[in-house]
Every structure is written in structure tokens, then in C-alpha cells.
Write a protein that binds this ligand. Structure first.
Ligand code: APR
Length: 320
């Protein structure tokens, strides 16, 4: 049986890391695409030269031509610009919207049957635009944000409790921005919800609130440290988890930016919600019950995403 094919549109920091992880995890052959001349070819060759040491047989190649992504099973999009210190994800909207137009056209022509994972920021608006520009089915186009935001929340919680990251589960819903909604009630250590852990004396309300805020600021914390770009290891790991769930039909339940058509009272917008990813792409949106402040936080986040979508429509009236 032929190996799967994974196309990476954008071969920068996240793109290169995605290719590395796809190789190490033997997910399939990898094509790196970028507008920068020689760069995807260079990264592909460097990674291919690591394959004898690591013991994987994937074919790795680089291209500036969209025909190279033909027949891809999965396309992961990181094309665009990342933020610099002092910038919010929303500041990237104008530039990255134009990038989504060309990427969407390339996918439409050469990989219309692919499962597409968008990572480019501002995420919720860019994945919405990419679906429109590509015309692919909405269940086959998703955005990577919740897996990353939840991973950050899980890491901080594991550190606070002194337990394995493996035993901490967490949900972060809403948009991938300052309004994201970490949900302590649906976050656990080995099944014990965070409010119970406060009662058990493992942590305090105040400490938990600090961790929630650090999660919201997680991307900015990395940007502030790196100074030259934004996070790439954890975003790449998160994108690969989603691709793997699709390729292996794992039916994983992951928080992702998915197209809502009435779920959570949201219609026509991409926003972070729990979904099941399997061979059918987004197979289900899981509707959990939100209470008071959780629902308010989620609604506020949805409104922020709607504002970004309107900004996209003003720049590009064909998206209206
Ligand atoms: N088509 C293809 N590739 C493009 C295009 C385009 N129209 N425009 C830019 N690129 C490429 C750049 O040449 C660069 O190699 O996208 C790549 C982006 O890589 P980096 O600048 O290293 O950015 P990275 O850290 O990978 O982040 C990419 O993901 O998380 C988001 O906010 C982040 O929007 C940013 C994206």
C-alpha cells in the first residue's frame, strides 16, 4: 500500500518542525512548499539526511510549485507571517488573509480531497477564510489552536501539582486569542476535576486563576522570550496530533477550531470546540454544557472571532 502524503504549505519554523515530526512518527511522505526559493528544498534534504540515523523511509521533497502537493491526504498550512514582540495575533490579519487566498486556490486545484489543518494566525479567522477560498467541505478544514492552548494549560497544571503531564487533561475552548476560555470544570488530574482538587488542598482559586491567565498569555510569553518569531515546537506537535487522528482514524476528541452550524448557538463561524477527528475529518462536534461565566466567556470569544471575520470581509468583499 502506498504511503500517505502530507503536504506542508509554509516551510518556516513550524513547517520544518512538522516535517521533522511527520518523519519521526512515520506518518507518510512529506512535501514542503514555500514561496522562499530553495528553502523548502534545503529543509527537505536536511531532514532526509537524518532519516538513516532515525530509521524512517519517508520521501521528503521541497517545492515552489503547487502541483507538488497533488494527491496529498493531509495539508497543514503555516504560510504567512508570525508575530513579533508587541504584536497581537490580530495584527497579522491583513497580510495573512492574502496568503490564505493563494493557499486556498492551490489546495482547491491540487489537493481537493485532503484533510486541511490551518495553523496560520489569527487562527479562527484564517481557517474560516481558507475554507471559503479553497471551497473544500467544512468538515475537512479545521484550525489548530485548542490542542496547543490545552497543552499549555496541561503543562502548567502538571508543574503546579507535581504530577505527570500524561495524567492531566484540559479543555480550552473559544477563539485562539486573549478571549480563549480555559475550562477548569472540564480539566482533570486522572479524572479528578480541578474544582475538586482545590477542595482537596492541591491548589487554590488564586493559583488556578494565575495558571489560567498564563495559559491565555502562553503564546505572548514565548514571543517575548524568542523576540524573532513565535512558538513552533508545541504548535507543530499539536498539528501533527490532529493529522495523525485523521490518517489513523483514531476518533480522537480534541479541541479545535471547527465550523459551527448551530452548535453552541454559533452559526457560520469557526471557533474552538471539542470535536471528534477520524477518517471522516470532523466527524462530530461535542456539545458540552457551559455554565454562567463559562458561557459568557465563550460568547465574548465568539464575538471577538466574528469581529475578525468582518474585518476579513471588509478587506476581501468576495468573502461576504
Ligand atoms: N505561500 C507559501 N508560503 C508563504 C507565503 C505564501 N503566500 N507567504 C509566506 N510564506 C512562508 C514564508 O516564506 C515562511 O517560510 O510561510 C513561512 C512562515 O514561516 P515562519 O515565518 O517561520 O513562521 P512560523 O513560526 O512557522 O509561523 C507560521 O503560524 O502560528 C502561526 O502566527 C504564526 O501565522 C504564523 C504561522
Amino acid at each position: 500500500m502506498a504511503r500517505n502524503k502530507i503536504a506542508l504549505i509554509g516551510s518556516g519554523m513550524i513547517g520544518g518542525t512538522l516535517a521533522h515530526l511527520a518523519g519521526l512518527k512515520d506518518l507518510g511522505d512529506v512535501v514542503l512548499f514555500d514561496i522562499a526559493e530553495g528553502m523548502p528544498q534545503g529543509k527537505a534534504l536536511d531532514l532526509a539526511e537524518s532519516s538513516p540515523v532515525e530509521g524512517f523511509d519517508a520521501a521528503l521533497s521541497g517545492t515552489q510549485d503547487y502541483s507538488g502537493i497533488a494527491g496529498a491526504d493531509v495539508v497543514i498550512v503555516t504560510a504567512g507571517v508570525p508575530r513579533k514582540p508587541g504584536m497581537s495575533r490580530d495584527d497579522l490579519l491583513g497580510i495573512n488573509l492574502k496568503v490564505m487566498a493563494s493557499v486556498g486556490a492551490g489546495i482547491k486545484e491540487h489537493a481537493p480531497d485532503a484533510f486541511v489543518v490551518c495553523i496560520t494566525n489569527p487562527l479562527d479567522a484564517m481557517v474560516w477564510a481558507l475554507q471559503k477560498f479553497s471551497g473544500l467541505p467544512k468538515n475537512m478544514v479545521v484550525g489548530m489552536a485548542g490542542v496547543l492552548d490545552s497543552a499549555r494549560f496541561r503543562y502548567f497544571l502538571a508543574e503546579e501539582f507535581g504530577v505527570s503531564v500524561e495524567d492531566v487533561t484540559a479543555f480550552v475552548l473559544g477563539g485562539h486569542g486573549d478571549t480563549m476560555v480555559p475550562l477548569p470544570r472540564y480539566s482533570t488530574v486522572a479524572g479528578i476535576p480541578l474544582p475538586d482538587l482545590i477542595k482537596m488542598g492541591w491548589t487554590t482559586e488564586e493559583k488556578l486563576e494565575e495558571i489560567v491567565q498564563r495559559t491565555r498569555d502562553g503564546g505572548a510569553e514565548i514571543v517575548g522570550l524568542l523576540k524573532t518569531g513565535s512558538a513552533f515546537y508545541a504548535p507543530a506537535a499539536s498539528g501533527i496530533a490532529m493529522a495523525e487522528a485523521y490518517l489513523k482514524d483514531k476518533k480522537r476528541v480534541l479541541p479545535c477550531a471547527a465550523y459551527c452550524s448551530g452548535q453552541y448557538g454559533v452559526d457560520g463561524v469557526y471557533v474552538g470546540v471539542p470535536i471528534v477527528i477520524g477518517a471522516g475529518g470532523v466527524e462530530k462536534i461535542v456539545e458540552i454544557e457551559l455554565q454562567g461565566a463559562e458561557q459568557e466567556g465563550f460568547d465574548k470569544s465568539v464575538n471577538a472571532v466574528k469581529g475578525l471575520i468582518e474585518a476579513c470581509q471588509q478587506i476581501e468583499p468576495s468573502l461576504a
